[in-house]
Ligand binder design. Sequence first.
Ligand SMILES: Nc1ncnc2c1ncn2[C@@H]1O[C@H](COP(=O)(O)OP(=O)(O)OP(=O)(O)O)[C@@H](O)[C@H]1O
Ligand SMILES: [Mg+2]
Length: 138
Amino acid sequence: MIHLSNSPDQTEALAIALARDFRGGECVALEGELGAGKTQFVRGLLRGLGGDPRAVSSPTYVLLNIYERGRLRLFHLDAYRVGGPEDFEGIGFEELLDQGGVVVVEWASRVRDLLPVGTIWVKIESVDEHRRHIEIIR
Ligand SMILES: Nc1ncnc2c1ncn2[C@@H]1O[C@H](COP(=O)(O)OP(=O)(O)OP(=O)(O)O)[C@@H](O)[C@H]1O
Ligand SMILES: [Mg+2]
């Protein structure tokens, strides 16, 4: 199903609703161009888990941010600058999936082969400055 979001808050609301059912062990793959709203969506996930969304920034340079304060630990990764899957393996991506938290990956198609069966795909497309089409495939 494709949702229409008219604002960052609406994008967050979709993510909050998604996170509500999480039990731990989920992997969320985010796709969309620069500025589409992937990080905004992660803010919603963290808010839905009871964490502090102000803590969220794109982990483009560090590859991994960890937010501990919600009801589940959130691992936030960004594959934008990875050279290849080996960079993700180098930061222990496979181990992260086994921690019982929630793993979220921006630019996920760049590490597609590493993503587990059952990964939830979220595809965000800009319609114009404020509108986004958001497809959640689970
Ligand atoms: N409906 C909307 N949903 C999400 N973000 C929106 C929306 N309308 C406008 N925006 C703006 O678009 C920008 C999205 O930025 P964000 O950092 O989330 O993008 P991103 O996909 O993570 O980009 P990058 O690939 O650089 O990490 C923000 O400035 C946000 O305010
Ligand atoms: Mg981002």
